[in-house]
Design a protein around this ligand. Structure first.
Ligand code: SF4
Length: 738
């Protein structure tokens, strides 16, 4: 055991969202006896917030507080195999499973080529898992087809930062939440999805009446309830809104001309766009009053320190990168970056999505914030890995969506999915499920069984999860924490990186995977970050264990008594572009890829609920969180409901051009007219015919290749009267909201 404090509590971070709250996890009071009221046979580990963790200061939300309650439930303990999907799984040894996987990789590589191999990973990975997966696929198998579920979550933020600043990396830190004068939240239900970040902001806002908070969201979310002003814009009008604010900032002279002149490029093309964006038209397009638009521009212009926050509402869009860049434009034109309380801050969804960005966990990236399309970057990585020059293909790999098309076309012969559940989370999920069914050979590596995706697998590999393996994770503010293992994995489960490394050794690359433990893996990885924007070359497991969490950049030799030197990026206003200048982007809004139309007159938007995490693999198995949100539902505005004859709790059939689902109606003014909302947490294991993604489409941003999971066109049909039980659930959910 490592990383324990004096009370024998293990220090780690929460494995749910990208806030990365520090946790202290203590052994059960009496070993072998139940300590939980459910009377579970396995003792429950006690979880509390770690006051010493700089990101969360001891706070924790319901998901973090209850995380240990799922650790022993429905675990996949042994490798399993079957020849076809209509057969039952049989238990096999690791030897048999590895031999079968290696044989399939070799056969497919020899007959179809490396591009027929695909690995789909997860923001739940620790950095070591990502790194070894990348080294195996890109370094040894010469395939860039390693993509992760971050593609669905924040690849537009990556593309936006990279295009505007020359490299990825959120420039802000959580301290900015308590230093800002004006918080502009767009496309983020922070109160439910990043609760501890929101707590810090809300407390600052409450204590300081002069501090203003604006929330832009088609729903009146819990986040919007706390704001001074809620702009319920029409879905797909974010760029109009941002350009409209820019127009007013320019008209009223709230422009930092010396910052623009000295530290940016591309302003004139942007200025032309915003000159052409009349605020009156913007207000009409967005469906908001002009005076509210003006108020927001006034607050932005008059504030000394402006902080913007966003997450999936911006990223999950067919113009996600343009949205992100349009937001960054506002910061650049007003010089609101590189100083306390200011900057454009992307909140990452998953606990180590940031680590994935550092380690090359997307199919167009290489470790150390490098790009596959850059010949110098490829050469640097090839040299470091000791592989022949030209081994890394110059074209990016397939994204997960392209992999689905690849399965349909018979171009993918080997599919490996780890720590994620695409049979629920993919857009147009019925098509994705059908493609998965066609896969000639699918390995599914996860901690839990059953899951929806396991139904499409030929081989199941049991993965050790949080608390059972040691590795690092990076949160949204670039703080790296060592998450030490403190429990034994169940059965024969292994860490993801160990599984990838063993396959690599058996494929004949023993010298590339000669690691005794994850500390050695991390030691190798950080060397690849030396001199890069995300430099962590000064970090090691040992230093993180001794010192606690550390923020990057943290280069080799930087081990000084002062660890807190890197809170913000770009404090010298030098950006990572060749000329050192940040770039304006000039965009007109294109709107939704699938706007409402006479056949499908409503816009469906999807989102998350406070107590649930993604596809419920953990939270659905925890009594407290499962009870908070027991059933799916659809939010409908009262006037829309009245027009369609829908009453509270009534079953509503929701149809899109791709599929259908049925949800009980929740009638609420929290959703704008013409828009409906469905949570995305329910797959076919948890509810019948309630998959939000049966409705969504896969049109994607051309730059980030992130699909528009947030909006599609649907029709609604009332089909049945409410059941009493459902009405009670809906009423309880409504009360919880208010
Ligand atoms: Fe975990 Fe996120 Fe909740 Fe923190 S805010 S406890 S990281 S789910």
């Amino acid at each position: 055991m490592t990383n324990c404090n004096q009370n024998n509590a293990n220090k780690t971070i929460c494995p749910y969202c990208g806030v990365g709250c520090g946790l202290e996890v203590s052994p059960p009071a009496q070993k072998g006896k139940p300590t939980h009221k459910d009377g579970e046979e396995t003792p429950i580990w006690k979880v509390q917030g770690d006051r010493a963790h700089p990101s969360s200061l001891g706070k924790v939300c319901v998901k973090g507080a209850t995380v240990s309650e799922s650790l022993h439930k429905d675990r996949l303990k042994y490798p399993m195999m079957r020849e076809s999907l209509d057969q039952p799984f049989r238990r096999v040894t690791w030897d048999e499973a590895f031999a079968r996987i290696v044989q399939q990789i070799q056969t497919v590589r020899a007959t179809q080529g490396p591009n027929a191999l695909f690995l789909y990973g997860s923001g739940q990975f620790q950095t070591e898992d990502y790194y070894i997966a990348k080294k195996l696929f890109t370094g040894c198998l010469n395939s860039n087809n390693f993509d992760t579920n971050s593609r669905l979550c924040m690849s537009s933020a990556v593309a936006g930062y990279t295009q505007s600043f020359g490299s990825d990396g959120p420039p802000c830190c959580y301290e900015d939440l308590e230093l800002t004068d004006f918080a502009f939240l767009i496309g983020t239900n922070t109160a439910e999805c990043h609760p501890i970040v929101f707590n810090r902001l809300r407390q600052h806002h409450k204590k300081n009446p002069q501090v203003k908070m604006v929330v832009v969201d088609p729903r009146r979310t819990q986040t919007a309830e706390a704001a001074d002003l809620h702009l319920a814009i029409r879905p797909g009008t974010d760029i109009d809104l941002l350009n409209g604010i820019a127009h007013l900032l320019m008209r009223w002279g709230y422009v930092d001309t010396s910052f623009i002149d000295e530290h940016t490029s591309g302003f004139s093309a942007f200025a032309e766009v915003i000159q052409n964006t009349a605020p009156e038209l913007v207000a009409r397009t967005c469906g908001i009053p002009l005076d509210k638009l003006e108020q927001v521009a006034r607050w932005w212009g008059e504030s000394d320190r402006v902080l913007s926050l966003w997450s999936m509402g911006m990223n999950q869009s067919s113009e996600g990168t343009a949205k992100v860049r349009s937001l960054i434009n506002l910061h650049l034109m007003t010089g609101q970056i590189g100083k306390p309380g200011a900057g454009p801050f992307s909140l990452t969804g998953q606990p180590n999505a940031m680590g994935g960005r550092e380690a090359g966990g997307l199919c167009h990236t290489l470790p150390g914030y490098r790009s596959i399309s850059n010949p110098q970057h490829r050469a640097e990585v090839e040299e470091f890995w000791g592989i022949p020059p030209g081994s890394i293909p110059p074209q990016r790999g397939m994204t997960i969506l392209e992999m689905i098309r690849g399965l349909e076309a018979g171009e993918v012969g080997f599919l490996w999915i780890a720590a994620t559940n695409p049979a629920v989370s993919m857009p147009d999920v019925k098509r994705a499920q059908a493609a998965l069914r066609q896969s000639p050979f699918t390995v599914y590596q996860d901690a839990y069984y059953p899951t929806e995706t396991a139904q499409y697998a030929h081989v199941l590999l049991p993965a050790a999860q949080w608390s059972e393996k040691t590795g690092v994770m990076t949160n949204s503010e670039r703080v790296v924490t060592l998450c030490a293992g403190f429990r034994e994995p169940p059965g024969e489960a292994k860490a993801d990186w160990e599984i990838f490394a063993e396959v690599g050794r058996r494929l004949g690359f023993a010298d590339k995977f000669n690691f005794a433990n994850s500390a050695e893996v991390y030691g190798e990885f950080v060397q690849l970050t030396k001199g890069r924007p995300c430099d962590t070359s000064g970090l090691s497991h040992q230093l993180l264990a001794e010192h606690g969490p550390i923020q990057w950049p943290f280069s080799a030799g930087q081990i000084t008594p002062n660890f807190a030197t890197n809170k913000r990026l770009y404090t010298d206003f030098r950006f990572n572009t060749p000329d050192g200048r940040a770039r304006f982007g000039a965009y007109y809004a294109k709107g939704l890829a699938e706007p409402p139309n006479p056949d499908y007159p409503f816009v469906l938007t999807t989102g998350r609920l406070y107590g649930h995490w993604h596809t419920q693999t953990r939270t659905g198995r925890i009594p407290k969180t499962a009870k908070m949100h027991p059933d799916p539902f659809i939010e409908i505005h009262p006037r829309d409901a009245e027009k369609l004859g829908i009453s509270e709790g009534m079953s509503v059939a929701v149809r899109s051009p791709r599929g259908n689902a049925v949800f009980p109606a929740m009638i609420t003014e929290a959703i704008a007219r013409g828009t409906v909302f469905v949570p995305m947490h329910w797959g076919f294991l948890w509810a019948e015919n309630a998959e939000a993604n049966a409705l969504t489409h896969s049109e994607s941003c051309p730059d980030s290749l992130q699909p528009e999971l947030k909006a599609c066109a649907v029709q609604l049909v009332a089909i049945a009267q409410p059941e009493t039980g459902l009405l009670q659930t809906i009423s309880a959910t409504q009360q919880q909201r208010s």
